[in-house]
Design a protein around this ligand. Structure first.
Ligand SMILES: [Zn+2]
Length: 431
């Protein structure tokens, strides 16, 4: 009885100590949380940002690629990024975005209409907000890497502002005017004067009216390379580098061409060159053909393209882990194809047989395909749209300083919020 009576105040004392500890934890915890005030912002700053965009890759495709390649419990390279969130992708004038509006959201943090690049729906340029341009202004280096045309809709809004994504000649000019330090991809056609052959283009495939942009790149401080061997040659060229490896787009992952560098090789060389800048760098790496493969409802190419992209993620992560000062973000610009993993191939989406699109073509979603997972189970794939994007939310994967904010991305955030994560990592909360 005596002991019981004594226990009361002691428990009270313990309770108040625990309460105090909780209050202290909440206060301190709030200060060092992802939305920390400026006093702690320094800890969240990144010297370098690498943004990798698997064009059109939804989470079902991540899952299918993981099952296929490494099995249920295996890890892709992108699975090694510890922070995950979900974002919406809608454009200003459509719930289903195209790559131009989505690229603009990621590059400049602004929502716009489909087809517009780094411009508001009213046509005002938002390029001065571009994360690449901000990095350049801060004395950092910047690069764009893809395997489709380097002037395509995903890389373009980082360094060019045009009202329509088709204006690839203008985009090429703006890249050079804005001195993007590393440009690696396809699309020689938009740099060569029409009627004159290029290295990869025949005379009838070049597109510029009169002006050969490749004649101007040396004056802009660029070294030019046109093949894989030159890219891989050590040491890497000093200064700015432009590597155009195809007239239009580079090869599919399922049909590699020996003279073309892989996405991983381009990423590695871009990092090697950009990392020489003591002020740091911004690098965007896109795999554009994931989108083309899923839009075509081509299962084999969808998986192969995703795997090819994943290897580039591995290169970026290898650098970031060693560097310790690099924010890596992997986020698709939108989902495409409406991919599903289903229980039986005969239970796929109802075929829209005879559906005629606005160009008079009959569009029938493919029946899907069946693969074996790495652990021997069937992966039945089915598609909801052919061709086309969807409004499915996409995953954001992040690693490094400033990445914690992505933990709060519960699916109501948007691609423009991913831009804010990068901007904040580079420059803190002050605009
Ligand atoms: Zn896209």
């Amino acid at each position: 009885m005596h002991m019981m009576m004594n226990r009361g105040p002691r428990i009270l004392h313990r309770c108040s100590a625990a309460l105090l500890a909780l209050v202290v934890f909440l206060l301190v915890g709030a200060r060092i949380g992802p939305w920390a005030p400026d006093a702690r912002a320094q800890d969240l700053r990144a010297k370098n940002v690498i943004l990798l965009i698997p064009d059109g890759m939804g989470e079902a495709l991540v899952l299918a690629t993981r099952y296929w390649r490494v099995g249920r419990d295996g890890q892709l390279e992108m699975d090694r990024l510890p922070v995950f969130g979900l974002v919406t992708t809608h454009a200003e004038n459509s719930l289903v975005t195209d790559s131009a509006a989505a690229g603009t959201a990621l590059a400049t943090g602004t929502r716009t209409n489909n087809r517009a690049l780094a411009q508001t729906p009213a046509g005002a340029s938002t390029l001065d907000r571009s994360i690449l341009m901000l990095a350049k202004r801060a004395g950092k280096s910047a690069g764009l890497v893809t395997e489709v045309q380097i002037t395509h809709a995903t890389p373009a809004p980082f360094a060019a502002s045009v009202r329509d994504r088709g204006m690839m000649n203008e985009i090429a000019e703006q890249y050079l005017a804005n001195r993007v330090d590393v440009l690696l991809g396809g699309g020689e056609s938009n740099f060569r004067a029409a009627g004159a052959p290029g290295v990869h283009c025949t005379a009838d495939a070049t597109k510029r009216g009169g002006r050969d942009l490749m004649a101007e790149v040396a004056a802009a401080g660029y070294q030019v390379i046109t093949g894989r061997a030159a890219l891989l040659a050590a040491p890497a060229p000093r200064g700015r580098l432009i590597g155009l490896f195809a007239c239009e787009h580079m090869a599919w992952a399922t049909k590699p061409v020996a003279t073309e560098p892989t996405s991983a090789e381009k990423t590695r060389k871009a990092i090697e060159i950009l990392a020489r800048n003591p002020n740091g760098f911004f690098l965007m790496v896109e795999r554009g053909k994931i989108d083309w493969a899923v839009e075509a409802n081509n299962a084999e190419e969808s998986l192969a393209e995703t795997l090819e992209f994943d290897k580039a993620v591995g290169v970026a992560m290898e650098f970031a882990r060693a560097d310790g000062n690099t924010l890596v973000i992997v986020v698709a610009d939108h989902e495409a194809g409406g991919l599903h993993i289903i229980s039986r191939p005969d239970r796929g989406p109802v075929e829209a047989a005879g559906l005629v699109d606005d160009r008079g073509r009959t569009r029938t979603p493919r029946r899907g395909a069946t693969f074996k997972s790495a652990d021997g189970l069937d992966i039945h794939l089915a598609w909801a749209t052919h061709p086309g994007h969807t409004a499915h939310p996409v995953g954001v994967r992040a690693y490094g300083p400033g990445s914690d904010i992505v933990r709060g991305f519960t699916g109501r955030q948007h691609l423009t919020d991913v831009y804010e994560v990068m901007r904040r990592a580079f420059f803190g909360s002050a605009r």
